[in-house]
Design a protein around this ligand. Structure first.
Ligand code: ADP
Length: 355
């Protein structure tokens, strides 16, 4: 229970290093007023001993501003996460991370803003991973989790529309083209107003991670919502990510947006795997290229972020047509430049991830 008189002050306290407050992160397990003292209990999961100290100090300071309160007893219960299960150390731990025991690697596909082709890249990378892993004798080892609550386009792009089954309280991913898929789009009613979706993210994603029976797989690709706000940050904290791919476009202005997106991963120590530049050029019938959206954005962003430019995907009408028909380019147009560039990117990523 959180006493109403203390709530506004507690909401002012940010989790160290993050823009999100401790109440919305669900860290406050109790806050009551006893006489003229506030008694507050927090539960945090962190391996960094500075965090509880900072939290205590910040909570005390915030409560000192509440009228009628003359002191605070702040109790913090700390659990140390064993490790994220994916071989990485994180200095900053937010809310408890979900572990997906049968999944070897989890990567996020992110972008600073919408409409750059993030979902297109996520879907085609998933198909390309399956193609390459199948060649190595490991088919059906890829999952795709669509967390883009604002516009879950993966079901359409993958040609799927059914509702996932629930077995023993676990959601069973749907499968197409050998990829196991779970999407917010399968679960959200189209009439759910977008404004409601923000606050739902954290909960829904945790449910996603905890209640989806992904089974055993080599790699799970997570399509994040576009942007760099709190919803993205809590997702990035919740999932034990092994790395992130940032999708951008060739325009110069995209660089600063991309940088913001990448900084989010830096905060939680998720390594950047590289930049994918999409809509890079139009291929002319004579083989020459027209750079209609400018040139070099991906390269500048990659240099700036000290991460490789994984590839450049041309503007190709068959990509958008394929999206609408529910057949990703890697499947429907494997010999196109776009189809091949997705496969090359996937090859680089598999090597990096040691798969
Ligand atoms: P985001 O996930 O960043 O919002 P999408 O992947 O949904 O973007 O792509 C937005 C639109 O652009 C979709 O209609 C998609 O088919 C189209 N699109 C994406 N990449 C390309 C490309 N390289 N060539 C042509 N159309 C593309």
């Amino acid at each position: 229970m959180i006493d109403d008189t203390l709530l506004p002050a507690l909401k002012q306290v940010k989790y160290p290093g993050f823009s999100r407050d401790i109440v919305s992160f669900g860290l406050v397990t109790g806050a009551t007023v006893e006489g003229n003292r506030a008694v507050v209990a927090l539960a945090v999961s962190t391996a960094d001993e500075r965090i509880p100290r900072l939290l205590k100090q910040d909570v005390e300071q915030a409560l000192a501003t509440v009228q009628g309160i003359e002191g605070a007893d702040v109790h913090i219960s700390v659990t140390v996460p064993k490790n994220a299960g994916h071989g990485q150390k994180r200095n900053v731990q937010g809310p408890e991370q979900q572990r997906l025991p049968g999944v070897k690697k989890i990567i996020a596909v992110a972008s600073g803003k919408g409409g750059v082709g993030k979902s297109t890249v996520a879907v085609n990378l998933a198909c390309a991973f399956d193609k390459l892993l199948s060649e190595k004798g490991r088919p059906h080892q890829v999952g795709l989790m669509d967390c883009d609550i604002y516009g879950p386009s993966v079901p359409l792009m993958m040609g799927m529309s059914a509702r996932p089954e629930v077995r023993d309280n676990m959601l069973t991913p749907l499968e197409n083209f050998g990829i196991r898929v779970m999407s917010m789009g399968f679960l959200l009613d189209e009439s759910t107003p977008v404004v409601w979706r923000g606050p739902m993210v954290m909960k829904t994603i945790q449910q996603f991670a905890a209640n989806v029976d992904w089974g055993e797989m080599d790699i799970l690709v997570v399509d994040l919502p576009p942007g760099t706000g709190d919803a993205q940050l809590s997702l990035v904290q919740t999932l034990p990510l092994d790395g992130a791919v940032i999708v951008t476009t060739p325009q110069g202005v995209a660089v600063s947006v991309t940088r913001r997106g990448a900084m989010m991963f830096g905060k939680v120590n998720v390594p950047l795997l590289g930049v994918a530049e999409n809509m890079s050029y139009l291929e002319n019938p004579d083989g020459s290229k027209s750079y209609i959206f400018g040139q070099g954005g991906g390269e500048v962003a990659a240099r700036d972020l000290e991460t490789p430019l994984l590839g450049q995907i041309p503007l190709d009408p068959s990509i958008s047509q394929g999206s609408e028909r529910g057949i990703p380019s890697v499947i429907g147009h494997p010999d196109s430049t776009a189809g091949q560039s997705f496969v090359e990117m996937a090859r680089t990523l598999l090597t990096k991830l040691e798969l």
